[in-house]
Ligand binder design. Structure first.
Ligand SMILES: Cc1ncc(COP(=O)(O)O)c(C=O)c1O
Length: 382
């Protein structure tokens, strides 16, 4: 258990809550979840399902209705031919990470992963006794991956490459060319799997989402992770899925049987409605994120000591704070305790996150402006 890491967002949230209990006003920019309510049609579909008997165990791999809807959705959005047998439904997207690494990686094997990146990747790599090989995401490359670097890091021991686009925490997006470069560098290595975390695929502000699965032969060695938490503001429902080779899908379903039995039945019926019902609420939500992005990026750039690139996807900014003279952790604590603004240090996402903070703009424009004003004042009054 000593090797298992965590997600600092939950720790900062509890520190911030403790300060609120003491009467302090805190603006929450630490948590990675949409502040919108789940669209009404989805909630109604869940209630209807609950009232019509979807309250029992269902197949471990997911309800046939939902696996079918996901297969259609992924076929359409990734320009692939996906069948329901290639889909496994899980309580959130996170179990797909856990199960993929557990199922496919042996101790001593190497996993390439983005750094700064979602902290659970590194945590799980260490947990199974594999060797984490960071792929640094650099600000000067717009937090994209350098396919040449990836190629250089592939060895005989490489078992998995984790990709995440749009990326948490940087908002970086992998281009078609970058993905093609990565696909080319593992061509002929059928023993390497790609875990492609596409949970933010719908929250993209420039260009369109591209998936490594579209390149020749890649679908069979990729586990595509997506879900409902971010797109449909359904973080508390716990509904996600993986798309993978059907033989691996059988094993993942077996891991589900051994751990969760199945994903909640009425939640899955809500998922069918999410994918097949009207998408207008989602489009509104993304438009709102787009305008908040403008507010937060220009506000941060006007603060002395901070520079911030425009994220191309997801709902996070990853400003460079080296000009403040404080390290990420000290600055994060200072902003929480002095300014009442909860943010995450870049180092919560790996060692390459030093010099940065992560701020979520899944909060109202009013609160974002309040936070910017407080940060600016706190840095001036040091
Ligand atoms: C990059 C990334 N992948 C996956 C997840 C997991 O989402 P969930 O388990 O809620 O579907 C998150 C959540 O923060 C994330 O940021």
């Amino acid at each position: 258990m000593e090797t298992l890491g965590t997600e600092t967002a939950f720790e900062v949230l509890s520190k911030a809550k403790a300060l609120e209990k003491q009467g302090k006003d805190i603006v929450h920019l630490e948590i990675g979840e949409p502040d919108f309510d789940t669209p009404r049609n989805i909630k109604e579909a869940a209630a209807k399902a609950m009232n019509s008997g979807y309250t029992h165990y269902v197949p471990s791999a997911g309800l046939p209705e939902l696996r079918q809807a996901i297969a259609e959705h992924i076929s359409k959005t990734r320009n692939l031919d996906v069948t329901p047998e290639e889909v496994v439904v899980t309580p959130g997207g996170k179990p797909i990470m856990f199960f993929s690494i557990l199922a496919l990686v042996n101790p001593g094997e190497e996993i390439l992963y983005p750094n700064p990146g979602f902290p659970v990747y590194e945590s799980l790599i260490n947990f199974v006794g594999a060797k984490p090989i960071p792929m640094p995401l650099k600000e000067e490359n717009d937090f994209s991956l350098d396919p040449e670097y990836v190629k250089e890091k592939i060895t005989k021991k490489t078992k998995m490459i984790i990709l995440n686009s749009p990326e948490n925490p940087t908002g970086g997006v992998l281009s078609r060319e970058d993905l093609k470069g990565i696909a080319d560098s593992i061509a002929g290595r059928k023993d390497i799997f790609v875990l492609s975390d596409e949970i933010y695929s719908r929250i993209i502000f420039e260009g369109k989402h591209e998936s490594i699965t579209q390149f020749s032969g890649m679908k069979d060695q990729t586990i595509l992770l997506d879900g409902f938490s971010k797109t449909y503001a359904m973080t508390g429902w716990r509904l996600g899925y993986g798309v993978m080779h059907k033989d691996l899908a059988l094993k993942m379903a077996q891991l589900m049987t051994n751990s969760n039995s199945c994903t909640s039945a009425f939640t899955q019926m809500a998922g069918v409605e999410a994918l097949r019902g009207p998408q207008t609420e989602i489009e509104k939500m993304i438009a709102e994120f787009r305008s908040r992005r403008e507010v937060i990026v220009s506000g941060l750039n006007s603060i002395k000591g901070i520079t911030c690139k425009k994220p191309r996807g997801a709902f996070y900014v990853f400003p460079n704070v080296t000009g403040t003279g404080m390290d990420s952790r000290t600055l994060g604590n200072y902003l929480l305790n002095t300014a009442g603004v909860a943010v995450l240090p870049g180092t919560s996402f790996g060692s390459y996150g030093e010099g940065y903070l992560r701020l979520s703009f899944a909060n109202s424009v009013e609160n974002i402006k309040k936070a910017l004003d407080r940060i600016s004042k706190a840095l001036k009054n040091r």
